[in-house]
Write a protein that binds this ligand. Structure first.
Ligand code: ADP
Ligand code: MG
Length: 225
């Protein structure tokens, strides 16, 4: 469709841009941060300390953005391997147990047994990380995340459902645009990067959401063993 073509043109442009920006920014940032840390040690009193800490945390934030951009900069030819994607999804989920507990979020898994391995890049894990993180962040007062994985014909269907605040209709189309975020400290890059990775795998991402009820993000990956 036209929308899909527009989106993939947008994505490849973004990829080139990301490569340039990320590499230019990384090095000066690393040296800046090193010097800031020296200042903090020399100068541990009051307002100066506070300013230094703010500067360091701002540098860390830039670093986080650059890291996300670097995923886009990676050529789509990153090595693929036969992976047990659902096992990796399970593993990623465990990494979130601490954060989920903290937010009073219960994680349920409905993963079919004996799903086929698929040929894919390691970065596929980043998709699960980004989507799960969003799900948990959408439920500051707690709730449920349900993760489903099943095979449908020659596709793997992975769904991450949450009972969070949901996404207003007029915002759904903006998701995946670079820097679109509704969060105070969001980067607005997580889903753009995720869509890019899924695109590299000839897969698709589908989002359904209802304000006040929750969100379902479905990742569909072709089984290509
Ligand atoms: P970020 O998380 O840094 O804001 P993302 O690209 O991951 O960037 O997400 C973009 C936006 O999409 C979020 O700011 C939020 O508004 C919306 N969003 C994504 N996932 C969910 C979800 N599960 N529930 C509610 N809103 C979501
Ligand atoms: Mg996010």
């Amino acid at each position: 469709s036209e929308e899909l073509i527009r989106r993939s043109e947008k994505l490849s442009l973004v990829g080139e841009l990301a490569a340039g920006i990320a590499h230019e920014i990384r090095n000066p940032l690393t040296s800046l941060r090193g010097f800031m840390q020296l200042y903090v040690k020399e100068d541990i009193e009051g307002i100066k300390k506070m300013r230094n800490e703010v500067m360091i945390s701002e540098i860390d934030r830039i670093n986080e953005i650059v890291s996300e951009l670097l995923v886009l900069a990676k050529p789509s030819t990153e090595a693929t391997e036969l992976r047990d994607v659902v096992h990796e999804l399970d593993h990623v989920t465990r990494l979130f147990e601490g954060q989920a507990n903290l937010y009073n979020v219960q994680i349920n898994k409905e993963l079919d047994a004996n799903l086929p391995f698929i040929q894919c890049q390691r970065s596929i894990n980043q998709v699960f990380i980004n989507v799960l993180k969003n799900a948990i962040e959408s439920m500051p007062k707690g709730g449920q995340v349900t993760i489903e994985a099943k095979q449908k014909n020659d596709e793997l269907h992975i769904r991450i459902n949450d009972t969070g605040h949901g996404i207003p209709q007029n915002e759904i189309s903006k998701i995946g645009n670079p820097f679109f975020t509704t969060k105070e400290t969001g980067t607005g890059l997580g889903l753009m990067v995720s869509m890019r990775i899924i695109q590299n795998h000839q897969g698709t991402m589908r989002i359904e959401s209802e304000v006040g009820k929750g969100t379902m993000v479905e990742v569909i990956l072709p089984i290509n063993e």
